[in-house]
Design a protein around this ligand. Structure first.
Ligand code: PAF
Length: 285
């Protein structure tokens, strides 16, 4: 497995691979890998000749009062996991490589970013789309894989790729959950045992709402009210949003149909967790 830190070296390496007719699968991450990331790598392994993983905690997608400094990092552990998952190249640039002084360009997707996390984390998606655009220009992937836990991120990246005619296939992969249903996230490592237990209210709420929708409830407000009751029963839960949105437009829906996705963002103490589920699809875990 190769480890490359330099943007120009990475780009040269990828241009050479393309010239040899190799297809490139790419999994961009901020590191602290968990089973969710590994599922992307497994899928990516089968979709390209070369599997590239990037590890870069991107400062521009964190707000001033967010957790950039404390975001969990463990490069050696990540490299060991990458090795066992069949990664060919790990790209680990530092911030001065990715954002040389004088950088003045931002990529911004309108509309899809105005709701949900876009409303509660101003500037977040500009940071994501800018860095993903840069990573695509450096790694030159044929296919790039993202997790569906960040449902809005995936929709925004798909839109960017279409709008900017980027020759990259974007693949979304299902949420991977712990045995008790908590969606895998690097941020779960912040949770105390008690807060982690409270965090299970997210999957309990997802199950309740999907159960009610399967039983015929179509009124989004009723479903949201039911979810809210489950969340606020937890002493340390602070709701950021509970919304039911159309999967393609991310606009709020009043009546549930097969496009309806329940999306939640809730703070448990200082840790913000997100989760989502299509309301009319069975909850498997
Ligand atoms: O989902 C993430 O880990 C990040 O938002 C991404 C896509 C790697 C961009 O920094």
């Amino acid at each position: 497995m190769e480890i490359i830190n330099s943007v120009s070296e990475m780009q040269q390496r990828m241009l050479a691979a393309r010239a040899q007719g190799k297809t490139i699968s790419f999994v961009p991450t901020m590191g602290f890998l968990h089973q969710g990331h590994l599922s992307l790598l497994h899928e990516g392994r089968g979709r390209g000749d070369l599997l590239v993983l990037s590890i870069f905690v991107n400062p521009t997608q964190f707000g001033p009062n967010e957790d950039f400094d404390s975001y969990p990092r463990d490069l050696q552990r990540d490299l060991d996991l990458a090795q066992t998952t069949g990664v060919d190249i790990v790209f680990t640039p530092d911030a001065s490589q990715m954002y040389p002084s004088g950088s003045a360009t931002t990529v911004s997707v309108a509309e899809l970013t105005s709701n949900l996390c876009g409303a509660s984390r101003p500037g977040h998606f500009d940071g994501v789309t800018t860095v993903v655009n840069k990573l695509f220009n450096i790694v030159l992937p044929h296919v790039a894989l993202f997790g569906m836990k960040d449902f809005q991120q995936l929709a925004v990246i798909r839109k960017m790729v279409v709008d900017l005619n980027m020759p990259v296939e974007v693949v979304g992969m299902p949420i991977v959950r712990e045995a008790d249903g908590l969606a895998m996230s690097s941020r779960n490592s912040y949770l105390s045992a008690d807060l982690r237990q409270q965090g299970l209210a997210l999957i309990a709420a997802v199950r309740a709402a999907c159960g009610a929708a399967a039983a015929g409830e179509t009124d989004a407000q009723q479903l949201i009210a039911q979810v809210e009751q489950i969340i606020i029963a937890q002493s340390d839960a602070r709701i950021d949003y509970i919304q039911i949105c159309h999967d393609l437009t991310l606009q709020d829906m009043t009546l549930v149909d097969e496009h309806a996705v329940l999306l939640l963002a809730v703070k448990f103490g200082a840790t913000r967790l997100i989760d989502n589920h299509y309301l009319l699809q069975p909850v498997v875990s």
